[in-house]
Design a protein around this ligand. Structure first.
Ligand SMILES: C[S@@+](CC[C@H](N)C(=O)[O-])C[C@H]1O[C@@H](n2cnc3c(N)ncnc32)[C@H](O)[C@@H]1O
Length: 499
């Protein structure tokens, strides 16, 4: 029995005073859709022993690659349809564009050409301060207590290997392709193969990014030196070995082995765990990378399942990308780990997981499309395992199946919610009307972020919208290009505050 009837309801309300503020969102640096760095870590984070480097500022082409991955994305700029055409990812996928032999920007092997190493430092300096959530504990105690021998996760080799018809790279023979990577915890290493396949995980790129992320987030400058040293640090060795002109398989594998050993030593000595104690905010580059790892291993191999919907229905599928979520949850709503987030129509759970990881808050979602629910379940399982691998304690995650109008747990969560997301761009007007009725129960100050406004403009006299304008105060904002999956163009979104 629905908790809320879908039928229209006569509300007796005073004539609305509509207040719509237009707020232009500061133009983000032209987004490479998947990894717009959140501008800034707190000043205390900068002065903490944890050094923050940008893992993107590499002398390889990693950071400069265009959006590319295996998600439902558009290539079109036609906004009338939500079409799952464009690939969803960006920077992790430099080499997905082309085989390893085309990874052209790896070939700076001259020590004189080290512009990007300089960029690492300037990037670090450029970060602006944001308020840090000092109550958040990022460190997962469990990840450092002992190795969980039973920990199940999807290894890269399970989705990208010779068996998946990927081609070996760097001249690797069948016997040579296997490599392993240590994470900054006591947990098992992940198995990879040195192979390349279109839209598959690229081991060379992933390895270099993982080493950069570990060195940049989990270690002090001094501790990270063996990894980051300009001339012969491990990152430099990996880059040189994978350079298009060098292609030194033995050198690459030796550098990875040294990374694994050196990192495990630091983990076993308690260095990494201690550093994490002082970290209260996860850099968005790391958040994005972990979420991309999860998506690549669960959703990407089955992404076509998300395009099975009928246009003009409530099930039209499209995604808000990581930078958009960082913008609204962290920068605009300034969410903290003691708050509650709800995504109504949560698709494969991307935003629910991002809120739990990036903010550390209690995070809820509800989805009724069967295929999306199944993928969300797979993502949630992988999410918990990956958080353990990376040593991070996320917020609680609850993803419900079914119609959010009829789910009692969701209705309870809504009463406690601080921020609600409704990607309602393609919702029918009936569903948007039902949502307004659900918002009657929200606590004052709760923010609803939506792609369509719940308040009619002054020209409209539609009855239900009178309720919207009575209970909500609405700001209209603009998002820049690269923030959503169905078009590269920018657009409008709305932040409504429950009065
Ligand atoms: C555009 S997608 C948004 C996915 C995700 N929130 C995001 O922004 O990336 C909207 C989702 O809402 C779901 N949906 C529509 N009506 C719903 C309802 N009444 N209950 C649960 N989910 C619903 C659709 O199936 C679709 O997956």
């Amino acid at each position: 029995m629905p908790l809320l009837s879908g039928k229209s309801h006569k509300f007796k309300v005073a004539p609305p005073k509509i207040r719509i503020e237009k707020v232009a969102v500061e133009n983000a640096p032209k987004p490479k859709p998947r990894s717009i760095a959140r501008p800034g870590l707190s000043s205390s984070a900068r002065s903490s022993p944890i050094r923050k480097l940008s893992p993107n500022a590499t002398s390889s082409s990693i950071a400069s690659s265009p959006a590319k991955s295996s998600s439902p994305y558009p290539s079109s700029t036609d906004e009338r349809r939500f079409e799952p055409q464009r690939k969803r990812k960006a920077p992790t996928s430099a080499s997905r564009r082309s085989p390893a032999s085309d990874r052209i920007e790896f070939d700076k092997d001259s020590d004189a050409e080290d512009d990007n190493w300089m960029d690492l430092d300037s990037h670090k300096r450029q970060r602006k301060a944001t308020s840090e959530d000092s109550n958040r504990t990022l460190r997962s105690a469990r990840a450092y207590e002992r190795k969980d021998e039973g920990l199940q996760f999807i290894h890269a080799v399970d989705v990208a290997s010779l068996e998946h018809k990927c081609a070996p790279i760097m001249g690797a023979s069948k016997e040579d392709v296997a490599v392993e990577l240590q994470y900054p915890t006591l947990q098992r290493r992940e198995k990879f193969q040195l192979v390349w396949g279109k839209d598959k995980i690229d081991t060379v790129e992933a390895s270099i990014r993982i080493v950069r992320l570990v060195a940049g987030t989990y270690l002090t400058d001094a501790e990270a030196e063996p990894f980051t040293k300009h001339d012969n640090g491990i990152i430099r060795r990996l880059e040189k070995a994978s350079n298009r002109n060098i292609q030194d398989l033995a050198g690459f594998k030796a550098a990875l082995r040294d990374y694994n050993e050196k990192l495990l030593e630091l983990v076993e000595a308690g260095v990494v765990s201690n550093n994490l104690e002082n970290l209260h905010e996860l850099p968005s580059e790391l958040t994005d990378f972990i979420l991309d790892q999860i998506y690549d291993r669960t959703v990407a191999p089955k992404v076509e399942l998300l395009s099975k919907y009928e246009n003009g229905t409530d099930f039209v599928y499209g995604e808000l990308l990581h930078p958009f979520i960082t913008k609204i949850l962290v920068e605009q709503a300034k969410m903290t780990s003691d708050q509650v987030f709800v995504d109504l129509g949560s698709g494969v759970g991307n935003v629910v997981l991002q809120a739990a990881l990036e903010v550390g808050c209690e995070s809820w979602g509800c989805e009724m499309m069967e295929n999306a629910c199944n993928l969300a379940e797979a993502q949630e399982k992988e999410f918990h395992a990956r958080c353990l691998l990376w040593g991070i304690e996320p917020g609680e995650v609850h993803i419900e199946r079914g119609d959010f109008r009829k789910n009692a747990l969701i209705h309870d969560a809504l009463k406690r919610a601080d921020v609600i997301l409704v990607n309602n761009k393609a919702f029918t007007s009936q569903l948007n009307d039902d949502l307004i009725r659900m918002f009657l129960d929200l606590k004052p100050g709760c923010k609803i972020i939506s792609l369509k406004s719940f308040v009619a403009d002054s020209k409209s006299s539609h009855n239900i919208n009178d309720v919207g304008s009575t209970i909500l105060e609405v700001e209209e904002c603009t998002y820049p290009e690269g923030f959503v999956s169905w078009t590269n163009a920018g657009g409008q979104y709305y932040i409504s505050t429950r009065k």
